[in-house]
Design a protein around this ligand. Sequence first.
Ligand code: HEC
Length: 152
Amino acid sequence: MGAAIKKHSRAFRTKSTVVSFGVLVPLGVFGIHCSPDLPLPDDLIPKTVDCTEIDHTYENFGKAFLQEYCLRCHSVTLESDLSRLDAPLGINFDSMGQVREFESRIRLRAGELGDMPPRLIPGPHPSFDERIKLIEWIECGMLTEDELEGDG
Ligand code: HEC
């Protein structure tokens, strides 16, 4: 009997920890920095990509992906830590030049690990399919429409 009560109160404590975590995380920098990942399953990570088969470009894929999932924190138009939800000031993806500068980190964080955008912050997150497409686009040189046509 006593044990049952103890067990019950332990369960309750666990639950309230979860609840307060859920409330604090969206408010706190702590939550952003400790955001868990959701790795792309190993068998889904494109290992060899046949780039002649890939026609994703900045215009038909990358731009909208970044707009939907990244720019609400990583944009030059956001100038305060608060409006950027603490995304580092120098890390912005408004243009192809900026995106190229961070391509390997973008591939890792948003493609493979899946901890960008931070999972505990409410907002849209890319699907596995979109993350695979991102990796393919990066793997094949992050082409723009013009570059793809020029490449033939
Ligand atoms: C809700 C705000 C938010 C969104 C949306 C967001 N980020 Fe971030 N990003 C952060 C914060 C906060 C940091 C700094 C902490 C960290 O590195 O985990 C960061 C850091 C980064 C870094 C630099 C750290 C490194 O690993 O080099 C990269 C790259 C990055 N984010 C990529 C992305 C990409 C790509 C997207 C979209 C798919 C994205 N982020 C969406 C908040 C955000």
